[in-house]
Design a binder for this molecule. Structure first.
Ligand code: SF4
Length: 138
């Protein structure tokens, strides 16, 4: 199985309660939305079809057990689900950043998160509403 990947890299997590921890990032290519505030247009096209084995090998080289799967909209590629399962099977701690702008009903997501019993957190980022669509660095 494969995923279309924009980039894989090791850095420091800058968001959430995991901020400051070393973190591997797997940035998937593509997003069906075109939000006016988007600062990730470079993820819309291109990328490279990459076999799971190649992704796991690269993550293994980093030696970091925290992995963020992001995009674009990572959930737009159906293979992301078995990929995340594969990460969990390899005992990675997985963070999923899914914009879900307009893709899902937030009330339904919140209900699902509260019901599933998994240590999930629904984090709403409202900064584009507060500072405006063109703001950068907020
Ligand atoms: S969902 Fe995210 S990546 Fe997609 S267009 Fe909107 S801001 Fe950009």
């Amino acid at each position: 199985m494969d995923l279309r990947i924009t980039e894989i890299f090791l850095s420091i997590q800058g968001e959430s309660s995991h901020a400051g921890r070393p973190c591997s990032f797997v940035r998937l290519t593509g997003c069906p939305m075109r939000c006016v505030w988007c600062d990730s247009e470079y993820t819309f096209y291109g990328g490279k079809k990459t076999q799971f084995a190649e992704i796991f090998a690269k993550l293994g080289q980093f030696g970091c057990k925290l992995v963020e799967v992001t995009g674009g909209e990572p959930l737009a590629q159906k293979n992301v689900f078995p990929f995340i399962t594969g990460l969990c099977d390899r005992e990675y701690e997985v963070l999923l950043i899914s914009p879900v702008h307009g893709l899902s009903n937030l009330a339904e997501i919140a209900e699902a998160v509260s019901q599933c019993g998994l240590p999930l957190r629904l984090n709403l980022q409202m900064h584009k509403y507060i500072w405006g669509a063109d703001a950068r660095g907020v």
